[in-house]
Design a protein around this ligand. Structure first.
Ligand code: ADP
Ligand code: MG
Length: 256
């Protein structure tokens, strides 16, 4: 797609903006939605795309920690300037709360906050905006559907039957609200023994395939269990290097 300007006071919601919005959803928490969001954003940036990410998980924001971000966005002329990390422009709910205080806003407040992220952040040109949504089909997910009628979705699930079952509900909501599902990412799909190269299916098998069938979409990739090698120069506990076997899988997914 073409490039769009959301600079100089422009909003990502302005007419004529061509940014592709990709909401990452899951139904269940703890399946790796934030990990997948962060790594897809970083690998799209590695492909030369202009990428932003909004950590919209109000109650469980984790993107700053995962990307190793300690700084806060600057506010210049009443415009919020996102933090740049690995070539990705980052905005998180976590930037706007004191310490680790629980966030207890009600639905309408959350929607307002998100709207501000779209219109009061100086994103500049963006090809892709990745949205890391809270689990479930609650207020924020509904707000996103209303605010961004053209956003596309990636659904993350583990291979476990329960996770897939709940993810199917998130997918059903996407279909009901006419949002295109780009595909399924099956996370924690297996554990590969370094000694034997054999795969162990720790969380079972079939969740991803079942979703593909049920939602009539594609399997974008399977991510095994494994941690990034922590670099000393950039402390980012959840960002895989391009050369890491899992980093390569994320690059393949981003190309798709
Ligand atoms: P969610 O955003 O869906 O709640 P997270 O991305 O926060 O899930 O992941 C939950 C936990 O699992 C985190 O501690 C994360 O580091 C870990 N994790 C996610 N994916 C993997 C994986 N493929 N291998 C190992 N640990 C993972
Ligand atoms: Mg999360």
């Amino acid at each position: 797609g073409g490039l769009s300007q959301a600079g100089e006071g422009k909003s990502l919601l302005d007419e004529g903006n061509n940014t592709t919005f990709i909401a990452v959803t899951s139904g269940k928490g703890g399946v790796g939605k934030s990990t997948v969001s962060v790594n897809l954003a970083v690998s799209l940036a590695r492909l030369g795309k202009k990428v932003g990410i909004i950590d919209a998980d109000i109650y469980g924001f984790s993107v700053p920690d995962m990307m190793g971000i300690e700084e806060r966005p600057q506010v210049i002329n009443e415009r919020i300037h996102p933090v740049d990390r690995f070539g990705v422009k980052v905005i998180s709910m976590g930037f706007f709360v004191e310490g680790n205080a629980p966030v207890i806003w009600r639905g309408p407040m959350l929607g307002k906050m998100l709207n501000q992220f779209f219109s009061e952040v100086e994103w500049g040109e963006l090809d892709y905006l990745i949205l890391d949504l809270p689990p479930g089909t609650g207020d924020v997910a509904l707000d996103i559907h209303t605010m961004l009628p053209h956003s596309k979705e990636i659904i993350v699930s583990t291979p476990h039957a329960t996770a897939a079952f709940v993810a199917a509900r998130a997918g059903a909501m996407a279909i009901k609200t006419h949002h295109e599902i780009l595909g399924i990412v099956e996370n924690m799909a297996y554990f590969e023994s370094k000694l034997t190269g054999e795969k162990e299916y720790v969380f079972g098998q079939g969740g991803g395939d079942r979703l593909v069938e049920e939602l009539k979409t594609d399997l974008l990739g399977r991510i095994p269990l494994g941690q990034p090698d922590l670099r000393e120069d950039v402390f980012a506990p959840s960002v895989y290097e391009e050369t890491h076997p899992i980093g390569k899988i994320y690059m393949d997914i981003s190309k798709k």
